[in-house]
Design a protein around this ligand. Structure first.
Ligand code: FAD
Ligand code: SF4
Ligand code: SF4
Ligand code: SF4
Length: 478
């Protein structure tokens, strides 16, 4: 085991032993495998992104996923080949190596957006795809463009499991209707990369939609198995502010008095853009699960209460190692109103990403305009703070205290006292979120009608902020 990995594993040895108890129960007569040769999730859950790469990489199907989507070892099947360890992006994220693997050079770009060749803003021309999308339906549009022109045989995407509608799963969409099933963001854990087990056995080529951590695992797997690149020529990345623990869905339903057994479908962003969390009941009734929309009345609260441990220490918010990354378009006008409803922003990073984007425009699948040189479209100020300052400060603090955190090959940023205090406050809230007696009543209140004045107050403050900054800009230009 290298020193860095040992550092991240040691403080959690006791937790490994607890996990190992259950492992040994399943394999009391089985061999014991050293955790140092395995992917991190099997010894330290706090460092596991639940990306599923270890499951997808294992040549002997020796890893399965438990109910919370963490990997579990079947020791008798393990040949101790270490592949799951080498391809795991949980304990260590080496930006230089990922840069080399993705872009073929050594120039790590530490900005929030990372390497970008071209930036576009746009939407899908097919109204069903556009209206069903989280933003402008661009991810699904790019997949559909490749599929309908025979450039790929299928797309690796995510959906909510039709039988267990509060659980996300990966699948291969091979038609327009199947792509529609995958639309919209599932703000929950989906170990997408486990599907590589299946993809490896299938003929054909596939597009792959991935969150940043999933793309990290994929790049590491490609380094071990270059033939996979032939099968998966396109990585369409998503921006990511954090997934949410799977228990959010069941607790939200409970808070609204809905029996999970009565739910046919769960939507994270149902209805009109930007959408809201909704449950479709077995009798077809659609129930809104919170007031206001997902952006102003839910996601920002939930990320404070239900964000998984590993997401709290994740610093890639823009899918830096995809061929093209897609984000929401949250640009606002002077009144704080969204300028680009049902639009997405596209950051083409590699020649493959640029080609994919240009072809979809030429073929009329998407409408998009080039904003590469317009700084107004760098709009992720909150995420830049969360992932560019808060998360690295948290990582540095956890490591100093001898607690587990992923190791990055980037130094923590210089921070003011205010930024340090902000990180402490956010971390305290996240820590409290692990206790149901704290998070459940708070979530129930924040998503109820009672919280509407609070939401209105926040929106009023936002509006004031935008008006002030417009005034400042105007006086500067005079
Ligand atoms: C957990 C999560 C956090 C996000 N955080 C941000 C953020 O902070 N800022 C931001 O700008 N954008 C964020 N996004 C991306 C954003 O929500 C939209 O997905 C993106 O703008 C694309 O919209 P679209 O209309 O083009 O995609 P659509 O056409 O709606 O397609 C969405 C695609 O995302 C895939 N997908 C959905 N959920 C998952 C998942 N859990 N794992 C893997 N693939 C999935 C689907 O398979 C589908 O292909 C996040 C997405 C997720 C899933
Ligand atoms: S590969 Fe992914 S799912 Fe497996 S242990 Fe590592 S981080 Fe967790
Ligand atoms: S066989 Fe290899 S990849 Fe599979 S669990 Fe064992 S060490 Fe990991
Ligand atoms: S925040 Fe990071 S670790 Fe969490 S789901 Fe997003 S990319 Fe993965």
């Amino acid at each position: 085991m290298d020193g860095v990995r040992l550092l991240s594993v040691l403080p959690f040895a006791h937790r490994f032993l607890q996990n190992a108890d259950s492992m040994e129960e399943t394999a009391s007569s089985a061999k014991t495998i050293s955790p140092s040769i395995l992917a991190i999730g099997m010894s330290n859950e706090d460092l596991c992104t639940r990306c599923g790469t270890c499951v997808g990489a294992c040549p002997t199907q020796a890893i399965e996923l438990d109910d919370r989507r963490f990997p579990r070892l079947i020791p008798d099947r393990c040949t101790e080949c270490r592949l799951c360890h080498t391809t795991c992006p949980g304990a260590r994220v080496d930006y230089l190596r990922l840069t080399q693997l993705t872009f073929g050079h050594d120039r790590d770009d530490p900005s929030f957006d990372g390497h970008v060749l071209e930036t576009y803003m746009g939407y899908c021309t097919d109204e069903r795809i556009r209206s069903g999308g989280a933003g402008g339906g661009i991810v699904t549009a790019l997949c559909w463009d490749l599929l309908k022109h025979g450039d790929v045989d299928g797309c690796i995407v995510a959906r909510m499991n039709p039988d267990v509608p509060w659980r996300g799963e990966a699948f291969i969409a091979r038609s327009y209707e199947e792509l529609l099933e995958s639309q919209g963001s599932k703000y929950t854990i989906v170990p997408v990369n486990a599907i590589f087990q299946e993809v490896r056995r299938l003929p054909g080529r596939y597009a792959y939609v991935a969150l940043p951590c999933q793309a990290h695992g994929f790049r590491l797997l490609l380094a071990e198995e270059p033939a996979l690149r032939e099968k998966i020529p396109y990585v369409i990345g998503l921006f990511c502010g954090g997934a949410l623990e799977p228990n959010l869905v069941t607790e939200l339903l409970e808070a609204r008095g809905i029996d999970v057994g009565n739910v046919r479908e769960f939507k994270f962003r149902g209805g009109d853009w930007p959408g809201r969390m909704q449950a479709v009941l077995k009798d077809g009734t659609v129930r809104d699960l919170h007031e206001s929309n997902y952006k102003d009345g839910a996601y920002n609260y939930f990320t404070g209460l239900y964000m998984p441990k590993r997401c709290q220490t994740c610093i890639d918010g823009s899918g830096q190692f995809a061929d093209i990354s897609i984000s929401d378009a949250w640009t606002r006008d002077d009144q704080g109103k969204y300028l680009y409803e049902s639009h997405s922003r596209m950051l083409a990073r590699t020649p493959a990403g640029v080609e994919l984007l240009h072809r979809a425009i030429e073929r009329g699948t998407i409408v998009a305009h080039d904003v590469t040189r317009d700084a107004n479209y760098k709009t992720h100020k909150i995420q830049t703070k969360r992932k560019g300052t808060n998360a690295p400060l948290r990582v540095a603090r956890l490591l100093r205290a001898g607690n587990g955190a992923p190791i990055y090959d980037r130094p923590p940023p210089e921070a003011t006292l205010r930024e340090k205090l902000t990180e402490r406050g956010a971390s305290f809230l996240l820590w409290m979120g692990q206790f149901r007696w704290f998070r459940f009543p708070l979530m129930k209140f924040l998503t109820s009608r009672g919280a509407l004045p609070l939401i209105r107050f926040r929106l009023w403050r936002k509006k004031r902020k935008y008006a002030r900054s417009a005034k400042r800009k105007a006086s500067k230009s005079n």
